[in-house]
Design a protein around this ligand. Structure first.
Ligand code: NAP
Length: 274
């Protein structure tokens, strides 16, 4: 069921072949993908690239007009309005997808909301709950409701878009970081329990130029480049996909104890745009 790459003749080739055999390559073509948050940013770029690669891409989000903009010019992108914080919305979307005859074999949980706060002046509790519901509980509910259907497809996959902030909290995005930390824990447990049945992949983007960070003058990767690298690394069979500067974060995590990592991450500020 899962494709494995073979070794080649030279020692380096043999080593690469072995390394690849330990991973499992994955084709991102000819699939039916449900992608959350496809109306903007990384999700929009991903939807278009996946459609260009011959996938049928079902995108969801709260603003139908944004989803329709993403779908403009492609007959392979199909918008569904859904607020992931609403159980009724999730069920209605899944019913509509079934009615439309789609059989989803790949779920990409990409939708999320950011929130900046210092906590010092009192937290907007309603906003905090919304962030946790959209970024953590929503993806959990959607994933759990889709498991039975995914199991009936060949080579199913669940791809979770996380954040380095979920591993080393960013002090200025405390609730967002908490939601991504929870999502990371859920992803690890999911992979453990679905081992051999469904691939579970986690993606860690760097700072990316999307509406969510429009006001920040940081140096950012474009959404298109981020999506392109995501697709490439997922196809290589990586379980954890680290993109651009997030790879530095992976390294720091290996060499620093958690308390020190927290300090280093929060004493560092992203470079400004040149
Ligand atoms: N940009 C970065 O630098 C960066 C860095 C690390 C990780 N990430 C991660 O990458 C992913 C994409 O982020 P992005 O920067 O592309 O953000 P974005 O442009 O703000 O896109 C997020 C999408 O999620 C949708 N969404 C939000 N709440 C939702 C809800 N309750 N139900 C359904 N859809 C909802 C939004 O559409 P509606 O508002 O229409 O619902 C929006 O299209 C996120 O998981 C984020 O945490 C981003």
């Amino acid at each position: 069921m899962l494709a494995r790459a073979g070794a080649t003749a030279s020692p380096i080739g043999a080593f690469r072949g072995l390394a690849q055999t330990l991973r499992q390559t994955m084709k991102l073509t000819g699939r039916t993908v449900l992608l959350t948050g496809g109306g903007t940013g990384i999700g929009r770029a991903l939807a278009r690239q996946l459609a260009d690669k011959g996938n049928s891409v079902l995108i969801c989000g709260r603003r139908l007009e944004r989803l329709e903009e993403t779908a403009t010019g492609s007959s392979d992108i199909h918008p569904y309005r859904c607020d992931l914080t609403s159980s009724d919305d999730i069920q209605q979307m899944l019913d509509a997808i079934e009615r439309d005859g789609h059989r989803v074999d790949t779920v990409i949980s990409n939708a999320a909301i950011f929130g900046f706060d210092t906590l010092a002046g009192g937290l907007d509790l309603q906003e905090a709950k919304q962030i946790i519901d959209a970024n953590l509980y929503g993806p959990i509910e959607l994933t759990q409701r889709m498991l039975d259907g995914l199991r009936e497809t060949s080579d199913p996959a669940i791809i979770i878009v996380g954040s380095p902030g979920g591993l080393g909290p960013l002090a200025n995005t405390p609730i967002y970081s908490s939601s991504k930390a929870g999502l990371h824990a859920y992803t690890l447990c999911l992979r453990y329990h679905l081992d051999g049945e469904i691939r579970v992949i986690e993606v860690f983007p760097p700072v990316v130029d999307t509406p969510a960070l429009a006001e920040k003058n940081w140096k950012k990767m474009s959404s298109e480049e981020c999506a392109r690298r995501m697709v490439r690394e997922i196809e290589r069979g990586q379980e954890q996909v680290w993109i651009g500067e997030s790879r530095m974060f992976r390294f720091l995590r290996l060499v620093l104890p958690p308390g020190r990592l927290f300090r280093v991450v929060n004493d560092w500020s992203p470079p400004e745009q040149g």
